[in-house]
Every structure is written in C-alpha cells, then in structure tokens.
Write a protein that binds this ligand. Structure first.
Ligand code: B3K
Ligand code: ZN
Length: 874
C-alpha cells in the first residue's frame, strides 16, 4: 500500500474524459527478460471537457523510456511522472503522442497486464490492467481503434495473437512480426495479446447474414484433445444469440486461448477471449458433467459479451453490472434452453441464497450500482453479477418476453459503439414498452436482501382469500431507511386436487394474469383473490421471481403437499428445501426420524420415471451447510454439521432400497456423451450412490466398482467423493492414491483431487490442509491451485474452517498475508469467509475478528486486501 490509507472513488465524481484517443497503435517487442512497448496515440481534446486541462495518463510499474508529441521528443521537464500517472501540461487540440516504455512480464505475479503463464505470454486488462502495459487513458469511456504489432522469436512464439483481424506477417532475421487490426473501437480493458507455442482446433460458423467466421481455440500442445466441447458450445452460443437476441458476430475470426494461470474464469477481449484452462478444456475422461456445463455457460457468457459489454460498454466501473448482470442473465437463459430451465433456476437461486444473500448481509454489501469503491477488483461480486442478472430477470418478468426483446433491440441499436450507464439500459426498456420503471430502479441503488412476509385469510362464505404482503429491506453499511421496491411476486393458489385455481385479483391493476405476477410496490399491500372455492395452499415466488427472503408460515404438511403437487418446479424444490430445513432445525440433538408421509413422498419421487432425473436429484439434495447458515440467526457451524448429518443418515437409511433401485435403474453401459439427458441421469444415479454409501457398507463396495469401471470423470469423481465422504478413511486413502497415480500428469484433474480432500468434512482439517500445501502438486503462484485447496477448505469444509481452536481462521489469514503482495486479487477473494464473522456464535466470532485484526496490523496491505479487511472491521 503506497498511500497511508487508500482513497475511495465515488460515482458522483464522474466526469467525461478531457481527451479522446481516436487510434491506438501498439508495438510489442517480446525480448528475453523484458518487453519493449511502443505506443502511438492519435488524440484530441474532448470538446465537452474543460479547456486546456492537462493530460493525465494512467500507468503502473512502468519504466518510461521516451515521450514525444507530433514527432518531437519531450524533455523531462515537459512532463511529470507520478507514482501512477504521466502528466503532460501543454498540448494542442489534436496531436500524436508517442511513448516508449519497458515492462517485465516474467516478474508479474499479480496476473494483471502482460504476464507469463507457463511458456506463453498473455494479458488480462479488465478492469485496470492495461495501465501496467503502457501509459494510457485506462477508463472504459475512452474508446479507440487498435492496431497491434508483435515482434518475437519465431521459434519460441510461433503463435502471436491480438484483437481483430490479422493484417500482416513479416520475417525479420530470426524474429517474426505480426500485425492485427480491430476495426471496432473499444476501451483498453478489452485489449489482449497472446504469444506462445500453441496448437489450435478450428471450425467455422456462418452467420445469419451468410458471413463465414473462423473459429479457433488455442491450447498448449498436451491439451489439444480437450477443445471439442468448447467449440461446440461456441457455435451453439453464436446461433442462440442470433435467434434469441438478433445479435450477429462482427469480425472474420473468433479466438479463444486457454491459459493455466488466470485470476478468474475467462475474459471477453474483443475477438480474442482468454480463458482459465479449467473453464474451457474438457474431455470425457478428465472433466465432470459439472465442468462441461460450466464450460458451456462461460463460453456462452464471454461470447455474449461481444454485444453486451463490447459493442455497448460501460461508461465507468460503477456500471459494471450493465454488462455483467445482463450477460449473466443472457448466459442463464442460454443454459436454461440447453438443459432444464427449472434446474437452472434452482442452481441460480441456490447461489443467490447461499452466497449473494450472505454478501448482502455482510460488511461488503453494496448495491448493484455501487456508489464508491477503493479497489474495483473487489466489486466483481455475486451482487454485481448474479443479483444484477436477477434484476434484469425481473424486468423481463414485468415486461414479458416480447417486451423485453423490444427493449434489448432498442438498447443495442441506440447505444452501439457507446459507453453507457445502467439507467440507459433501463431507459431503453422503458421507451420500447412505454412503461415507467422509476420505482423499479431502486433495485440498482439499494443494497441488502428485501424480506417479504405473507399473511392470508380465507373466507369460505365469500370465496375470497385476502393476502397481505409486507416488505422491508434491512440497513446495510452506509445505507439506512430503505424505500419499498417493485417486487414481482409470481404465485399460484393450489386446490386440494393439486391444481392451480383460476382467480381474479383486486386491485386488478396489481395483477398480470398471463404470467401470474402480483406487483408489490408498497411497504404493505393487501390483495383480495376472488373465486377461491376452497382453502388453497399458497405457492409464492414461483420461479424465484424476485431475489428476496420470504417469510410465510406453512406447516410441514403443506410443504410436503407443495413438494408433490406444485405445477411450478422451482417451488417444488423450494418446498422440499424448507421442509428439510425444518427437519435439520428439529434435529439439533442429532436425532431425526422421517414421518411415513415424508418417506413415502420421497420414495415416490425416486421411483417416478416421468420426472426429469436432474430435477429429482435436486429435490433429494439437502441444503448445504452454507445454505443452512444463511437461514440461521446465529451461525453455529458445528451444530449445523451434526444436525444435517443426522437428517442425511435418516434419509439414507429409510430410503435405502429406493436409492439402490434408482441407482440400478439409471446405470448405463453406453459410452459417455456430454448431453443433457445423460447428464441428468448421471446426476441422479450418483446422488443415489452417495446416499447408498451412507446407509450401508455395500454402497462403499459399489462405489469402488463404479470407480474402477468408470470411463468418464463424472462417474469416477462421484465414486471418489462418495468414498471420501463415507468416513472410511482407509478406503478413501486407497482411492485417493489410485486417483493421483492415474492423473498426476494432468494439472486440471489434480486440482479436482486437491479440492475433494480440502473441501471434505471428513478430511479437510487445518493440519491436513497444511500438508496439502506441501504437496508437490501445489503451487502458490497458480490461482486454480490456491482455490482448490484454500478456497475449498474455507468455503466447503465449514466444520473444520470453523474449528473451535481457531486453526482454520489462522490458516486462511496466513494464506491472505502470503498472497497479499504477490497476487492481491486472489488474496482479497480468499477473505470472503472471514468477513462473515459477525454472524457466528460469539466464541468463533471473536477468533475470526482476531485474524482480521492480525491482517490489518501488517504494514504493507494491497488496496484489495485493505478494503475488505478495513470494511469488515467497522
Ligand atoms: N469480465 C471478466 C471479468 C474481469 C475481472 C477483472 N478483475 C469476465 C467476465 O465476467 O466475463
Ligand atoms: Zn462477464
């Protein structure tokens, strides 16, 4: 940390840039230990900005060699080099600025800017990494047309890539020079460069207007057999975006590069997406179904950014959700179309409830459009991404699918080539539909998870149901006294026959009959349903229609009824989760027995072959410990762990025969295909195995048979996980050793092996984690490995992370301090679990706080870590 106290940046301070950069020409000479960067910027003053303002360029850790304006070298007194700036005071209206500087990619461990991963060069510029490459106006509202030349050893770096189309190639004694030109203007955060000895898989796509696009995936040679699925997912994404949003690709080539050292999942650089190898590489033997689905979703997400993010970008980083929320919403709809919409909704609600609600209830709570930040990298959060997507989803619920499409068409047409705000997006939705979303916009400005409570009274004589809904949103750091939001409540009233009743609602203006949505817009509102011929069972917030916490008294019998009868698949699952939560609460003394009704209901779900197996698998999955914690007032991880285990055992034992039958029914000898129906069957089969293993020793034997026979990672990994979690330590170790012996040469598989152990309640104690950190497979410089061990431990092995001696917290704090300087982004991300300290039982809470204080007491905190720790300690 350079300043004594890093300063916050405020949305309210936004003003237009003083200068524009019309064109950017970059030359990279990749030398043995350093890289020489030459940039030529054709610039002009922004007519809307202050006259005669000085030009202040961003730059970090750059070795400046020369600056010239209009061909004339500037003397050192004609510019000023600050810690993170280069200032030139006197400049004409229009000018050409040329800068030369040197950078050291080999020493770059932060993985921001230009760095080395394995034997190759790659870049990561979002949000503010470009300033580590050269001095520039590194802000998203400065958009420029880029030309990039790369000069490097022809043998070591046969592949040299940048954004746009390849325009030239030359041999220069021993070196090669390639030139790329991107005709679409873009902010610097979308710049990318790759150089390495890579192989590529190619395909092509013909766009809706008949243009041919080359598709290429570049990988290190050993991974060339892992590109097929991503190419397939890419083509499906391209077609889907044409069909569903009318968006066509706009360059002659689209490239993806897989790199091993990457801070997040992937990056949507124009025409040259760079991916964490774990989010793009797959073959049946090495990748699980879950990995296949993640790859499909991320390939789609990055591709969709080409319009929602690149063609139309963000004015400033407070608008991050403009591109991220919308693009997550788009990739979620794509995944819903590729697999099961209900299952996708369940997965998304699960993330909202376990991770986003926790963020909203903690010290880093922020609105979808934040007001301030210290370090923007800390704001790539579940709130910006997932809650942002939920907010877009609510707009679609309000406008309907057609109205929403009209709005997105207008948005893309109106703002193509611009850097805009979240409210420009909302305005397009309003203008295309003639609606006023003023009230709705509070979703963007108010942090915190709204609570909605429901009370109903049935009048048999009048055949009416009177429903009173109340909403309130708790205070969050810096925000008190929140105003009511516009909450779409999709609902149904279910009769004794299990069917939805046809109803009329008063006031009619608050009800959209087509979509069964009730519009709650005030703190308290009463609605009267007419034509209610019998006492109904209420099904509220179907399809997770708003990201809120619902308080609605319903008995276990009613929940069981909903689980069996609701026409809304999401609410069947939700009722089951609420029921299981009730069970877990009642099993606090570690004793639990299923009622006959419950047993029979779950047994018939398991046997019902007409249901989607992926859905049944979720219906029978207990809420995770993190989920249970989020639904507890005071979190006691040890008690949660014990109670959940008791319920799990009761389910396993009382449904043992059904689980075995289900497992046997879904076993298949057909060869592995990564297609939706097969994935769904495998998910239920492997869930059944996990229960079988808990119930009886024969399950463990079956797990070993499955492990040995498996021709794919999904089945192999499921058998391994079931065995590790069985509690039979000897058998777990046998399979773990066999697994490592088989896969030690494949880094991505080894990472899965690390995280199975680190995230397991049976294995992942702090001592065990410390031994994994010494394993030759571990490497602190590789973010995937850090996540596989430390991340899995702190986020999944909750009972050990929260060990009563504080050893888990100490381990996490040690890791944060170790990475603070080397890779601040990863250090800061690891902190998440510690920030929840106020929610824990007092003894744990104090231990957690003590570790945060220990971190705070270290002198040299990065902005990233400082922001999270200091806000957590308020
Ligand atoms: N836009 C990138 C995330 C960049 C994170 C920078 N710290 C990936 C994505 O959301 O598609
Ligand atoms: Zn994104």
């Amino acid at each position: 940390m350079k300043d004594a106290q890093p300063k916050a940046i405020y949305l309210n301070d936004y003003r237009e840039p003083d200068f524009r950069i019309d064109t950017t020409e970059l030359t990279f000479a990749l030398e043995e230990d350093s890289t020489l960067v030459s940039s030529k910027l054709v610039m002009q003053r922004n007519q809307n900005a202050e006259n005669n303002a000085a030009l202040v360029l961003h730059g970090q850790e750059l070795e400046l060699l020369s600056v010239s304006v209009d061909g004339k070298l500037l003397a050192p007194e004609q510019y000023e080099v600050g810690e993170e700036t280069l200032t030139i005071a006197t400049l004409p209206e229009r000018f050409v600025l040329e800068i030369q500087n040197r950078i050291y990619p080999h020493k770059n461990t932060a993985l921001e800017g230009l760095y080395r991963s394995g034997g190759m060069y790659c870049t990561q510029c979002e949000a503010e990494g470009f300033r580590r490459i050269t001095y520039y106006l590194d802000r998203p509202d400065v958009m420029s047309v880029f030309t990039t030349h790369i000069i490097a050893d022809a043998e070591k770096y046969p592949v040299m890539l940048s954004n746009g189309n390849l325009i030239d190639e030359q041999q220069l004694d021993g070196k090669r020079k390639v030139s790329w030109h991107d005709p679409h203007k873009k902010p610097a955060y979308l710049f990318a460069l790759v150089a390495g000895d890579l192989l590529c898989s190619s395909d092509e796509f013909v766009t809706m207007s008949g243009r041919k696009v080359d598709l290429r995936i570049f990988v290190e040679p050993q991974n060339i057999d892992k590109t097929e699925y991503a190419l397939d997912a890419l083509k499906r994404s391209m077609r889907w975006d044409e069909e569903v949003y009318g968006r066509e690709y706009d360059l002659d080539i689209f490239m993806i590069v897989a790199v091993d050292d990457f801070n997040m999942g992937a990056m949507e650089n124009k025409g040259l997406n760079i991916f964490n190898s774990s989010c793009v590489l797959a073959n049946p033997a090495t990748a699980t179904d879950a990995a296949y689905q993640r790859i499909e979703a991320i390939v789609a997400h990055e591709y969709f950014h080409n319009w929602s993010g690149n063609r139309v970008t963000c004015r400033d980083w407070f608008q991050l959700s403009l591109k991220e929320g919308f693009t997550v919403f788009r990739d979620a709809s794509f995944s819903a179309d590729m697999h099961s919409a209900t299952v996708k909704r369940i997965e998304d609600a699960n993330i909202m409830r376990t991770v986003q609600f926790a963020e909203d209830g903690g010290p880093m709570a922020h609105p979808v459009q934040p007001d301030s930040f210290i370090e923007i990298s800390n704001f790539y959060t579940v709130t910006i991404y997932e809650k942002g997507a939920e907010v877009v989803g609510m707009i679609r619920k309000i406008l309907g699918t057609e109205g929403f499409r009209k709005g997105s068409d207008l948005y893309f047409e109106r703002h193509d080539g611009q850097a805009v705000t979240i409210y420009d997006f909302v305005a397009a939705m309003e203008d295309a539909n003639g609606v006023d979303l003023t009230l709705f916009k509070r979703w963007y400005k108010q942090a915190g998870t709204p609570r909605v409570s429901a009370e109903s009274v049935y009048d048999a004589a009048a055949q009416t149901l009177t429903l009173t809904l109340r909403q309130m949103c708790p205070d969050t750091p810096g925000q008190t006294g929140k105003l009511p939001m516009w909450i779409p409540v999709q609902l149904g009233l279910i009769g004794g026959d299990g069917q939805d009743m046809a109803v009329n609602v008063e006031p009619a203006s608050a009800w959209t009959a087509d979509s069964q949505v009730l519009h709650l817009t005030e703190a308290e509102q009463t609605f009267v349903f007419h034509g209610v011929t019998e006492q109904p069972v209420l099904s509220l917030f179907r399809d997770f229609s708003a990201p809120v916490k619902v308080e609605c008294e319903q008995s276990n019998e009613e929940l069981l009824f909903l689980l069996q009868n609701d026409s809304d698949g999401f609410n069947r699952w939700d009722a089951g989760q609420r029921l299981m939560l009730n069970w877990i609460r009642s099993a606090a003394d570690s004793q639990f027995e299923l009622t006959d009704d419950a047993r029979n209901a779950f047994a018939s779900l398991l046997a019902d072959e007409s249901l989607d197996p992926a859905m049944v698998s979720y219906l029978l999955t207990l809420p995770s410990e993190a989920y249970i914690a989020e639904f507890s007032d005071v979190v006691d991880p040890a008690a949660i762990h014990k109670a959940r285990k008791a319920v799990q055992l009761a389910l396993a034992e009382s449904l043992q025969a059904e689980f075995i039958a289900c497992y046997q029914r879904l076993r298949s000898d057909a060869s592995y295909q990564p297609v939706a129906a097969d994935m769904a069957a495998r998910s239920l089969k492997n869930l059944a195995l996990s229960y079988w293993v808990k119930a009886d020793a024969s399950g463990l034997q079956q797990a070993e048979r499955q492990y040995t026979a498996a021709d794919n990672m999904t089945d192999q990994m499921a058998a391994l996980v079931a065995t590790v979690n069985s509690g039979d330590r000897a058998q777990a170790q046998t399979l773990l050793d066999r697994f490592y012996a088989q896969w030690s040469g494949d880094a991505l598989v080894v990472n899965q092996w690390l995280s199975v152990q680190a995230g397991s309640a049976e294995m992942g104690t702090a001592d065990y984690i410390r031994s994994l950190l010494q394993h030759p497979a571990f490497d602190w410089r590789n973010p995937n490995k850090v996540r596989s061990v430390i991340g899995a431990f702190a986020n999944q092995a909750l009972v050990h992370f929260h060990a009563t001696d504080g050893s888990g917290y100490e381990l996490l704090a040690d890791a944060v301090l170790r990475l603070n300087e080397a890779n601040p982004q990863i250090a800061s991300r690891l902190l998440g679990p510690l920030t929840k300290w106020k929610r824990l039982v007092p003894a744990q809470s104090q231990l957690m706080k003590a570790q945060l204080e220990r971190i705070m007491a270290q002198g040299n905190l990065s902005k990233d870590v400082y922001e999270v720790v200091s806000k957590s300690l308020i």
